[in-house]
Design a protein around this ligand. Structure first.
Ligand code: FAD
Length: 598
């Protein structure tokens, strides 16, 4: 069975041909990033992921983590892999240069994130949470906190954790009960219990930096009374060596369906010493810096695993022999044909590939706007990019994870019964990816965020701007075949805009319309976005095929893009028609039946 291969060629294609990273980076003054440097970085990251992390994924899932006397032990090999990750300086790649980060663009960092997650979601969660915590600390922390913590976190010596959830407070964080009492010297004593804290404790890093949501004594007892605190496992001394143990302990690790090699911890804070990050009572907004980062990365995580599942499924389909092609024996000298001859097997593989590659293009598209918003000096451009990020972050989290689950199930199905057997590894991707629909705000909440806050609340303006970009692109110069798809996409984009207007009106009379339509609406925007990106990928690959110099990308690679684009437009984009029916249906279908009848 093939092992994980980092999708370096596809990433390179997207960066150079679709995102036009060189032009983007130089226009933003990011002169340390260029395509040659990037290629070297991608190759090095691929080596780490393929050779060090991916080989641990299967066995680590069997072993899981253990908790002995309050200390979490990670599966065999994780500590060494984490050391290799730190030695390579990978945690610093996107970090702020003022605190020893490398300041590389998100469009590059996102590629490495996919590789990490594709090699092991459970392992990848540790760097992912650290990076998110660094972002929030850098955006909202005092200079003293940043100077003390960020260099150690970028180097990976100290890792990050995000402590929001409590037994009675998940989606509705206004309900949290964790308290923060002021102490002498400006610190706070944090008391409460947090559950489901990913990598809340482990043995890979020497210290763990928790960003904890808690309420001050006089704070309103709702979402407007939440503050964010930094609580380290070990209190650092003035010379940055580790001092005494803080009163934060892991009392249990959850047994769970997937990502078993990551520790999901119950964390007890018993008057633990912490420091306020950002303003009092503005903690939820500050935490959103971390959560928005994690939301995109959860989508990337899902794509990583779906890509790994595809690689195994396509190899298996070429290898496994069962039955004969409907059109006659394809391999007459063998006792049966490889299952790749069967249209139904190809349907599953094409489904996986069409969504995986579009998801990759989509996260890079969102990442390009993160780079613009962060580095541009042009206010209009920044405002446009901020709108695009706000609109598309919930789509990236929810649509990418929904489609990744669908892809990993297809990847399991290609294996038949062997897909259900643990030894083959395909079932692990299904189990692992399932969490991406749940954490960081369930996909239902992402859909509400998209339709309620990002579309209806601003009268559809961000959506109009985005759709305008798509319509402009489809009206441009495209090959004859692509013009047909462009017309199809233009029609679906106009439908999405009209439906948004209709929902804005209907929701004024009945707010349940938002919750009723949100999931279908999010999927519609996801499909339109993927159509847009497939057209771009097909156009670029078509142009490269027409040129005589295809030294960067093989004709096979470019032709496959053409095939996948056709498949997407003929078989997947029309799913929008079904979504439109659902969105136009009556809210009564869901709400009329009394709760007691459920
Ligand atoms: C493996 C794992 C790792 C995790 N890691 C972390 C972590 O590191 N840090 C952390 O703080 N948390 C973490 N979580 C918690 C996770 O983010 C929450 O489980 C998730 O946000 C949902 O909260 P809940 O489980 O309390 O579900 P609930 O909030 O009880 O929701 C139950 C259902 O009701 C729906 N629902 C709730 N409210 C609404 C509404 N207003 N409108 C419509 N539908 C609604 C939800 O979509 C969901 O389907 C993790 C969870 C797991 C399982």
């Amino acid at each position: 069975m093939t092992d994980y291969t980092a999708p370096v060629t596809d990433l390179h294609f997207l960066l150079t041909q679709v995102i036009r990273a060189d032009t983007l980076w130089s226009s933003l003054g990011l002169h340390d990033a260029d395509v040659d440097t990037t290629n070297a970085i991608l190759d090095e990251a691929a080596k780490l992921c393929e050779q060090v992390i991916a080989p641990l994924n299967r066995e680590a899932d069997e072993q899981g983590c253990s908790l002995v006397e309050g200390q979490v032990t990670t599966p065999e090999g994780f500590k060494e892999a984490y050391e290799a990750y730190c030695e390579g300086g990978w945690g610093a790649l996107g970090g702020d240069p003022e605190f020893d980060g490398m300041g590389m663009p998100k469009t590059l960092v996102a590629c490495i994130e996919e590789m990490l997650q594709g090699s092991s979601m459970a392992f990848g969660l540790a760097p992912m949470l650290t990076a998110g915590a660094c972002l929030a600390l850098n955006a909202h922390g005092s200079q003293a906190l940043k100077a003390r913590y960020l260099p150690k976190m970028y180097s990976g010596e100290w890792s990050g954790a995000m402590d929001l959830t409590e037994p009675h407070a998940g989606t509705d964080l206004g309900l949290i009960r964790t308290k923060a009492e002021p102490m002498e010297g400006g610190a706070y004593a944090i008391t409460g219990t947090k559950i489901f804290i990913t990598w809340g404790d482990h043995d890979m890093a020497e210290n763990i930096v928790h960003l904890v949501l808690a309420k001050l004594p006089d704070a309103p007892d709702n979402a407007k009374g939440i503050s964010m605190f930094l609580v380290p496992k070990f209190l650092p001394n003035d010379d940055d060596t580790l001092g005494e143990r803080n009163a934060v302990t892991c009392s249990a690790i959850e047994k769970k369906m997937g990502i078993k090699a990551s520790a999901t911890c119950v964390m007890n804070f018993d008057g633990a010493k912490g420091w306020l990050v950002g303003e009092a009572n503005k903690g939820l907004a500050a935490m959103f810096t971390m959560m928005n980062y994690e939301r995109l990365t959860v989508g990337i995580q899902a794509v990583g695993a779906a890509e790994a599942s595809y690689q195994r499924a396509s190899a298996y389909a070429n290898d496994r022999i069962q039955g004969r092609a409907l059109t006659g024996a394809a391999e007459p000298n063998q006792t049966a044909d490889p299952i790749i001859v069967h249209p139904d097997v190809r349907r599953m593989l094409m489904h996986m590939r069409a969504f995986n590659e579009a998801s990759r293009a989509f996260y890079l598209y969102v990442a390009s706007h993160l780079d613009i918003a962060k580095y541009t000096t042009d206010d209009n451009l920044r405002t446009q990019s901020e709108g695009r990020i706000a609109l598309l972050t919930p789509v990236a989290k929810a649509f990418m994870s929904d489609m990744a689950l669908s892809a990993t199930i297809a990847g399991q199905q290609v294996f038949g019964g062997h897909g259900f057997i643990r030894e083959w590894g395909q079932e692990q991707y299904v189990r692992d990816v399932r969490i991406t629909q749940i954490y960081e705000g369930t996909n239902g909440i992402q859909a509400l965020d998209l339709l309620g806050r990002k579309v209806i609340a601003n009268n559809g303006q961000w959506l109009k701007d985005y759709c305008h970009e798509i319509l402009l692109f489809v009206s441009g110069a495209l090959s004859i075949e692509l013009k047909v798809y462009a017309a199809q996409l233009a029609e679906q984009t106009e439908i999405a805009l009209a439906l948004a207007d209709e929902l804005i009106t209907r929701s004024q009379k009945n707010p349940d319309v938002i919750g009723d339509s949100a999931n279908d609406f999010l999927h519609m925007i996801g499909l339109v976005s993927y159509g847009y990106l497939w057209l771009k990928m097909a156009q670029e690959s078509h142009q490269l095929l027409e040129t005589t110099h295809q030294d960067q990308f093989s004709a096979d690679f470019l032709n496959a893009k053409q095939h996948c684009c056709r498949y997407f437009f003929n078989r997947e984009l029309p799913r929008i028609n079904h979504l439109v029916y659902c969105i136009k249906a009556q809210t009564d279908d869901l709400m009329a039946m009394p709760a007691s009848l459920f």
